[in-house]
Design a binder for this molecule. Sequence first.
Ligand SMILES: [Zn+2]
Length: 317
Amino acid sequence: MTSAALDPYPSPEQREREADERAAKLVAAGFACERVEYGQSVEGRPLRAIALRAPGVGDSAPKVLVCANIHGPEFIGNRIAHGLLAAALAPTAPAPLTALLARAQLWIAPCLNPDGYARTWARAGRGALPELRHNARGVDLNRNWPLPAGARRLPLPGAGSDRPGDATYRGAAPLSEPETASLDALLAAQGFHASANLHSFMGTLFPARVCDRPSFVAYRQLCRALRANQAKTRYLRLASRLFDTFTGEQEDHQHHTRGCWSVCVESFPLLASFRQHLRAPALFWRFNPHDPRPWVDNDLPGVAAFLLASLDRPAPR
Ligand SMILES: [Zn+2]
């Protein structure tokens, strides 16, 4: 398949080159900027994060994290994550990002599932959802996280399946996959204060599931900061203390086990996706806008605002 099929999204190689180039520019601009290889995927691709510290920010400043592309076809999340690197260099960065960079170390893990990305690219974005979404062993990496201690999984749609081949197949055991196990080791080692995890498509915010009222209220306020800073389209927060279940998703593990304020941002709203194509010519175009820029511009200040607002709170325990 030609590379034009997913234009303007970058090939796996272009994506890595772009990150290298931006990291080099950040160093030239006086940032402390390091590319960290924190593990390898099933197929041996490097798992990479970029650690960024603005001039004048000490190495004891709190660390915040942006993750993307844990699901193979969700390239728009990767664009937003890379957009943060570009915006950090821009003379007119969005105000919440400038404020965030003045107070925190920003870590960006722009592609948590490089095998899924490469497979999606090789297939020109065509295939059934499990074929594009999973890692190379057929696991939905965002159902492969451990449940919080004492939590149960209710048999609700999307809560994770034990049947290989299902879109939400959770794998043999929590953290059975190198992509999740390596990221969890990074989470444990770095002690991130907050994390925004980018997905598509929905136009919704899913904070970590919490049952205690203070944490629930905290997430309402953090999500309000996110929404208030979205440029045009504000996403709906979906959260309930009662009508929800633990599913083995990243945010719940980050909050309950790693003490990290954590939100899932589903970019590219349902309505925009169906306005783009009532019947998408390839599954890829259900998940990704033909022009990523308006959605990068829309979501990037909101993501920065969520992380910034978290700095005014103690870490969840
Ligand atoms: Zn996703």
